[in-house]
Design a protein around this ligand. Structure first.
Ligand code: ADP
Ligand code: 5GP
Length: 205
């Protein structure tokens, strides 16, 4: 009876830099099949261990500005002196094929997605404390003190946007955060609106 979804679910995950989004997403993708992670375009330099096409598509500012001009991006934003954006074509293809798509994007980009795709699910992820966020950014050892200070300042501004999200997840332990996101996705799939394809058959009114 279970039919393949006609359209994939767009899932937006935001949270301050260093909260653990990439870590939580890697764990989630390992556990839950059928989610496509949208690899963003960015003008920032790759960190040690990051690979082009896997973590991000690393492009020049000129190339990014060409993509903006040619309307190739669903959304984009400037974050701590670099551009970040989501390819429109890639996510449309996946959603139309019934595949869920996960975006890891900051709050300005999320607001643009909310305006264009109100049916998306919006999840904000926070650390157990601000002190712990600072500790994680320092422990990650990928950014200099100036960049870390910029990211912590940005975090305070981002927290103001939490009320515009549907769900709040606390990344105290990675496994707890993943479990909460899984619960959100399962509950969302059970919404009547998202099961209309089942209702077309023997359950139609
Ligand atoms: P983001 O993608 O949000 O910028 P990362 O996934 O890079 O964050 O995580 C930042 C740092 O915090 C990394 O060193 C990561 O190993 C660590 N980290 C992530 N989640 C947790 C957690 N629940 N507890 C402790 N450290 C964590
Ligand atoms: P980082 O440099 O730590 O990888 O990412 C910085 C911020 O950019 C994070 O908050 C991340 O969610 C956000 N980000 C990553 N990709 C995109 C994107 O495609 N669009 C937008 N708007 N933000 C993004």
């Amino acid at each position: 009876m279970t039919k393949k979804k006609e359209k994939g679910q767009l899932i937006v995950l935001s949270g301050p830099s260093g909260v653990g989004k990439s870590t939580v997403i890697a764990e989630l993708l390992g556990q839950r099949k059928g989610i496509y992670f949208s690899v963003s375009y960015t003008t920032r330099q790759p960190r040690v261990g990051e690979a082009d096409g896997i973590n991000y598509n690393f492009v020049s500012r000129t190339e990014f500005e060409r993509m903006i001009a040619d309307q190739e991006l669903l959304e984009y934003a400037e974050y701590v002196n670099n551009y970040y954006g989501t390819s429109l074509k890639m996510i449309q293809e996946k959603l139309n094929a019934g595949i869920d798509v996960l975006l890891d994007i900051e709050v300005q980009g999320a607001a643009k997605v909310r305006a264009r795709c109100p049916e998306a699910v919006f999840i904000f992820i926070i650390p157990p404390s601000f002190e712990e966020l600072s500790r994680r950014l320092h422990n990650r050892n990928t950014d200099n003190e100036n960049v870390i200070a910029g990211r912590l300042e940005k975090a305070k501004i981002e927290f103001r946007e939490i009320p515009t999200y549907d769900y709040l997840v606390i990344n105290d332990k990675v496994s707890n955060a993943v479990e909460e996101i899984e619960a959100i996705l399962v509950a969302n799939e059970c919404r009547v609106d998202n099961r209309r394809n089942i209702l077309k058959g023997e359950f139609s009114l």
